[in-house]
Design a protein around this ligand. Structure first.
Ligand code: FE2
Length: 196
């Protein structure tokens, strides 16, 4: 017959085990093959491409939050709200891209330092800038994402990865194109009060 546990042992079992460490279960850049009837080369290409578009989308998303906080001038209120709306939409998009990478057996980039190393969107200064400059930065970042997403969508379709191609077209390209429209109308030079 086993000995009944002492009160001390029971208390010990309820204690959280913290400060644990172990080796990674999957290294970045390695593919965990999933039964999705997709060749390894196609999955590998899509994971690499999607991590690039992920890093650039995270950077664009954060650029919107920076501008949401730092915007100045007579259009403060509407741009403050619009920038945050686009931030939220891009947050959803970031999650969609990252989870596609995982569902291909890859590992999605996640942390700011890794994103900063990977993105090709130029780094803005820490300080505040005027609205037309903020908008120019956003439009440039959108164009970087759109250009790479169109190329990557074609590559994914050619490799037989229709799921990734569809995500790039339906989610990445369409979201970016619509946001470009909303933002770029703010730098059209039309009179506010008196027609020219
Ligand atoms: Fe806010």
């Amino acid at each position: 017959m086993s000995k009944p546990r002492s009160a001390g042992t029971r208390a010990e079992r309820a204690r959280p085990i913290d400060h644990q460490a172990a080796h990674e279960i999957q290294a970045f850049g390695h593919l965990a093959r999933l039964p999705i009837a997709l060749g390894e080369n196609a999955a590998r290409l899509s994971v690499a491409n999607l991590n690039q578009v992920l890093a650039d989308t995270i950077t664009l998303r954060d650029l919107y939050k920076k501008h949401h906080w730092q915007v100045a001038g007579p259009t403060f209120y509407q741009l403050h709200l619009l920038f945050d709306k686009h931030y939220e939409e891009l947050s959803e998009l970031v999650d969609t891209i990252a989870e596609r990478i995982q569902s291909l057996g890859g590992i999605s980039l996640a942390m700011a330092a890794d994103v900063a190393e990977t993105t090709i969107v130029p780094r803005p200064p820490k300080g505040r800038e005027e609205v037309p400059v903020q908008i120019s930065r956003l439009l440039h970042a959108h164009e970087i994402v759109l250009e790479e997403a169109r190329t990557m969508a074609r590559q994914a379709a050619e490799a037989g990865d229709d799921g990734t191609s569809d995500l790039l077209v339906s989610d990445v390209i369409r979201t970016n194109e619509k946001q470009v429209w909303f933002v770029s109308e703010h730098v059209v030079d039309v009179p506010l009060v008196k027609a020219r």
